[in-house]
Design a protein around this ligand. Sequence first.
Ligand SMILES: Cc1cc2nc3c(=O)[nH]c(=O)nc-3n(C[C@H](O)[C@H](O)[C@H](O)COP(=O)(O)OP(=O)(O)OC[C@H]3O[C@@H](n4cnc5c(N)ncnc54)[C@H](O)[C@@H]3O)c2cc1C
Length: 477
Amino acid sequence: MNVLLSPQISSFPKFAGPTPSKTLKPLAGTPTQASRRPQTGVIVVGAGLAGLAAATRLHSEKVPFLLVEASDAVGGRVRTDTVDGFLLDRGFQIFITAYPEARKTLDYGALDLQKFYSGALIYCNGRFHRVSDPFRHFSDALLSLANPIGSVLDKLLIGLTRLRAVTRSDEEILSADEVPIIELLNRTGFSDSVVDRFFRPFFGGIFFDRELETTSRLFDFIFKCLALGDNTLPARGIAAIPEQLAGKLPPDSVLLNSKVASIDSGDGSKPSEVRLQGGEVLRGELGVIVAVEEPEAMKLLEGKIAGKTPGKRPRSTACLYFSADRAPVQEPVLILNGSGAGIVNNMFFATEVARSYGPEGKTLVSVSVIGSFECVSDEKLTRAAVGELSGWFGGSVVESWRHLRTYRIGFAQPNQSPPTDIENRSSRIGPGVYVCGDYWSSATFDGALVSGRRAAQALLEDREALLKDRGLSLSVV
Ligand SMILES: Cc1cc2nc3c(=O)[nH]c(=O)nc-3n(C[C@H](O)[C@H](O)[C@H](O)COP(=O)(O)OP(=O)(O)OC[C@H]3O[C@@H](n4cnc5c(N)ncnc54)[C@H](O)[C@@H]3O)c2cc1C
């Protein structure tokens, strides 16, 4: 991929028709005049997974586009930093191989996916207890029947929940009647013990929601994906996912460090335009796809979209990374806090899952809390986590860990409590303007990919009528 690091556009894909096409001039420097506005087929705003999926779909139809991104790299919330030889994902993220859209879109082999153990260790009553997927670790699962994480009936109910999930189609699951997860669990007959010790830390960690207010649709969808696939990390960090998508886009089709300040939607007879913060104006003859996170979309499209989650608090998290000389648990397993006390929700030793996450001889420790703890300093948060984990692994072990970095993600996911509209939301919001992003579908890697593909699809469906109205034809350069 040839990524433009600043708005130094030498040429865009051209548009041919009665309006003269132009070879586009560099954006920087000269004041932009309306007649010299850089133009292309489609402007996609935001290079997270949704924007990348939209661009991928446009590219597959040979429609010229420009993907405009405010930050210094593609990926949005799916980024990885390299610090002292460690790969630090910006927050704890897991890639589930059974995500249906991801399966169609990504090259899994090239991602070199490293698997987690199918189950978890749960810290409760002062020790660790194992829960296992009986279909993959049968003998572990048998042994765990007697542990205090839930009754034998709870374990049977988990089996039935799995069956209910895997025997329904994704469409059925995502448009089924919905209730908050906690209500579904109570109705199913799960005991308080398994809810508090397993479901709260596990699904609470996935949706950053220990109250389990998130929709039962997503519970069933994730349950199905977990049953059918593996939990993994790409060997080169979670950012390898968006980077793979970006790597397949045409040279010079991604414009980084370029924040869109406003969007002027066309009215059918004239093209949509976006204005960058620096004042430059870009024109999308076929339209603009807005692929930014929900709060930013509300600003850019003021009044044009009703907030999907008005008044609902977005979900936030913080992730603390440490370097250690040795992992006290030497297996690729997720560790959950089922004790009902403390701030740590889940943690794991990342280098036990993917050796490439740290330099030789070093262990990467990843610790996640729910909420971003805005009012607590990094130092205090680190002290609290170290103090708590000392109770789990022993003070002499944990106090030797070196803090590497803390990520606080204020907007990790939109709030996904009912009512939700995951399956059927139209991406078209006005002439030439299309919307996508996880808040338009589901806040998962898969939901973001689906929403991006759907927005591009809607634009492609409108293309012929629009070109006819304007007496234009598309020529791809
Ligand atoms: C810590 C964390 C852990 C997660 N874990 C998982 C997980 O394990 N599994 C899972 O499936 N999902 C997980 N998710 C959710 C998943 O990452 C998101 O749902 C998904 O990545 C959202 O993609 P998006 O493209 O919709 O939005 P984003 O990734 O937010 O992309 C939006 C892009 O728009 C850009 N932008 C914003 N404003 C402008 C502007 N004005 N001009 C130009 N560009 C702009 C932003 O810089 C950004 O790059 C996690 C999320 C977080 C934060």
